[in-house]
Write a protein that binds this ligand. Structure first.
Ligand SMILES: *Cc1c(COP(=O)(O)O)cnc(C)c1O
Ligand SMILES: [Zn+2]
Length: 397
């Protein structure tokens, strides 16, 4: 294993990666650091192509020392699908959708859970707890079950009911709160504090290894394009872990010497019903102010005050990217349009990215010759209510 330590991106302090860690004393999330020079000597990028089609193909760049701790359901190496019909319609000829809907548990949260649970197991954690908008809880409960670890999951009552069922099926201790993810977070903080160190807080960016799982999307995009970077990557941003992770992966690939091009411009997409990152980006601020009355059909991105705000905003600025808020009605219209033209039923968060691509192209921010990668972060099948079937005629028998 090439993991060396954890580093605070805000104050620079180093932390021991050999014991379970949460935030830095200054309140910032921690980032896992590796001996990348040694990793580059140990493996050549061409070798990855000979390995299994899952995210563990990048094991030199992941934080698990003993392969027996790897907890897997086959996550990663999802397809990069061309979308020529929809792309022609919006004027982006080279449009690609990375379909995370084929990931175990039906969302890309499984990447973070697989690596987070594997590392927690390696460090001796017996029970995790976390607040969630649904998919993360479902994924962590599932991987915890596979690692014979306990899981306490707290989610809003309005979270997709399938996620609730996944937690119960996995034998997790599930609790519902009549509020938003921040309210769930306060419940988790209280129960972790009362546990006397027996329950590990695995909330978004409160531990450093979920990010390591999600960064593999960045490696895969580059490997699937033949070790080339696209011009633009569009990501539906809630807690921002995927965006921060893709940025981290791109920087690591540069340091490894495996990509040399200019980094892709990263785009954070939010809903007009919850757009704290978009507001802070537009105002030139480094931190977000909590969004009041957050509400959107794209439940996975309903995060009024993301903990990783500084990292999200700096990733957008460092790559000359941008942040866009899109309307729920347009998200649902693009979801229908995309499914009819391309045959892929997106999750609402993924559809939000296509709405953003359409708007950014119309406004000239995306040029017509650019290669654009959109993340479809979950399976459309988890959200059957996004397609209205009430007007389908019923024939007499
Ligand atoms: C969690 C989630 C997101 C947002 O992911 P972050 O990394 O927290 O920004 C987007 N889409 C879906 C389907 C999700 O479950
Ligand atoms: Zn710090």
């Amino acid at each position: 294993m090439y993991l060396t330590h954890l580093e605070c991106p805000r104050c620079g302090r180093e932390h021991d990666a050999g014991v379970p860690q949460n935030l830095c004393d200054c309140g910032s999330p921690l980032l896992a650091r590796y001996d990348l020079a040694a990793a580059a000597r140990a493996v050549e990028p061409e070798r990855f192509g000979l390995r299994a089609a899952d995210l563990w193909r990048y094991r030199e760049l992941l934080p698990v020392a003993d392969p027996r701790n790897v907890t897997t359901l086959g996550e990663g190496w999802t397809p990069m699908l061309r979308a020529p019909a929809y792309g022609a319609e919006i004027g982006v000829a080279d449009l690609l959708v990375k379909d995370e809907g084929l990931t175990p548990t039906g969302s890309f949260k499984a990447r973070g859970a697989a690596v987070g649970i594997s590392r927690a197991r390696e460090l001796g954690v017996r029970r995790i707890a976390m607040p969630t908008n649904g998919n993360a809880g479902a994924a962590w409960a599932t991987y915890a079950a596979r690692a014979a670890m306990g899981a306490t999951i707290v989610m809003p009552v309005d979270a997709p009911s399938i996620c609730r069922r996944e937690c119960v099926a996995a034998g997790a201790d599930l609790r519902l709160v009549d509020g938003l993810i921040g309210d769930a977070g306060r419940q988790v903080a209280a129960l972790v504090a009362a546990s006397g160190g027996t329950v590990f807080d695995a909330g978004t960016l409160r531990e450093p290894y979920r990010l390591e799982g999600k960064k593999t999307m960045g490696y895969e995009i580059v490997e699937q394009l033949g070790w080339q970077v696209p011009d633009v990557i569009i990501y539906p941003t809630g807690g921002g872990v995927g965006l921060i992770g893709i940025h981290k992966a791109l920087l690591e690939l540069c340091e490894l010497g495996w990509v040399s091009d200019r980094l892709p411009r990263l785009v954070a997409v939010q809903s007009t019903g919850c757009a704290p990152v978009v507001r802070a980006f537009a105002a030139g601020e480094d931190r977000v102010r909590p969004w009041a009355d957050a509400r959107t059909v794209a439940f996975g991105i309903t995060v009024p005050a993301p903990l990783g705000d500084e990292l999200i905003l700096s990733a957008l600025r460092a790559t000359a990217g941008t942040a866009v808020a899109v309307d729920d009605a347009e998200i649902l219209a693009d979801l229908r349009d995309f499914a009819a033209r391309e045959g892929l039923l997106l999750c609402p968060e993924g559809a939000a990215c296509l709405t953003a691509a359409r708007q950014l192209r119309a406004g000239g921010w995306i040029r017509d010759d650019e290669r654009v990668v959109v993340l479809n972060t979950g399976a459309g099948l988890k959200y059957p209510e996004t397609v209205d079937v009430s007007d389908v005629p019923v024939l007499p028998a």
